[in-house]
Design a protein around this ligand. Structure first.
Ligand code: FAD
Length: 280
């Protein structure tokens, strides 16, 4: 949206936003906590409010946006093929801005041993379940990894009545922002165990416990729980480029979390608006 607004302000007339979900806004739509917009809009807002503000800017500039349209192929000649509810389309562009965000690292990528019962989620998926669909992933929770989404979900799950027993972090320091540790863990009495490594997920149909090791003392412990949330990093979503064997450049541009992972949406917005203006 920010790249489109920047391009429109630079005078570009033919702009098309393609979004696979039914609404614009990306990850912001599931972020109902405060902490967005402090430097860009100079006020503190939720992610959903930030997205709404930006959608208004898109619509006020008459920028064409098609939602529920999944882009499945791009080519070096800058042809884009996408599927919508009413069929498949191919358009060509002078410039393609890839603002496809990022995806979460999973348990499989960490290769945590054990069984594969229900109750194992990435933190962002758990956030979508709670904040968008109103479904609780579980009640007795352990968070693996101290990334921001895990810290925010530790608080969110607690506010919704779950017990978060611990956040386990293999490193000797926090991965997420200090402000999130203070506001999401310390304020709710949720312990953060640094240098602790998950060794085994235990359970047949549903998660029953997690076994972990204190890497400083070598001590093993089994912590009963019914839900494990992984918050172990984000990976820029560049599959469209990788599948097509295309490097960015020659009119194909990466921006936002698709380029590299940003802590603040304000920075994504600034970079994308600037890119849009440069393209215009
Ligand atoms: C839990 C969490 C908490 C955060 N907290 C803060 C905070 O407190 N303050 C702050 O400033 N920032 C925060 N951030 C960071 C900020 O929200 C993000 O950096 C920013 O919103 C990312 O924007 P983006 O456009 O790069 O990606 P996204 O918002 O992920 O948007 C990518 C979009 O591309 C779409 N898409 C992907 N592939 C395709 C395809 N093939 N076809 C069509 N559409 C596609 C996706 O559906 C999505 O809508 C937080 C992020 C998270 C996840």
């Amino acid at each position: 949206m920010a790249a489109a607004v920047g391009a429109a302000e630079g005078g570009l007339k033919k702009i098309l936003i393609l979004e696979r979900l039914p609404r614009l806004g990306g990850i912001l739509n599931q972020c109902i906590h405060l902490g967005f917009g402090l430097t860009y809009f100079k006020e503190e807002m939720t992610g959903t409010e930030y997205a709404a503000r930006y959608k208004k800017m898109v619509y006020e500039r008459d920028i064409e946006a098609r939602t529920s349209c999944f882009v499945h192929t791009i080519t070096p000649q800058k042809e884009i093929t996408f599927v919508c509810a009413d069929g498949e389309y191919t358009v060509s562009a002078k410039h393609i801005v890839m603002a496809t965000g990022c995806r979460e690292r999973t348990r499989e990528m960490l290769t945590v041993p054990g069984t594969r019962p229900a109750g194992i989620f990435t933190a962002g998926l758990a956030q979508e379940m709670v904040n968008i669909y109103g479904v609780m992933p579980g009640k007795e929770v352990v968070v693996i990894g101290s990334g921001d989404i895990g810290l925010i979900m530790a608080r969110r799950m607690t506010l919704e009545g779950a017990t978060v027993h611990a956040v386990l972090e293999i490193l000797d320091h926090l991965s997420g922002l200090i402000r999130n540790k203070v506001q999401c863990l310390d304020d709710f009495g949720i312990p953060l165990y640094l240098q602790h490594e998950p060794l085994e997920i235990i359970g047949r149909d549903r998660v029953e416990a997690i076994r972990y090791r204190n890497n400083q003392t070598g001590e093993h412990k089994i912590l009963p729980c019914d839900t494990v949330l992984f918050s172990v990093g984000l990976i820029p979503e560049q599959d469209l480029l990788i599948d097509a064997g295309i490097e960015p450049g020659n009119g194909i541009h990466l921006v936002g979390n698709a380029d590299y992972i940003h802590d603040y949406v304000d920075a994504v917005t600034r970079e994308a608006e600037k890119l849009g203006r440069l393209l215009a």
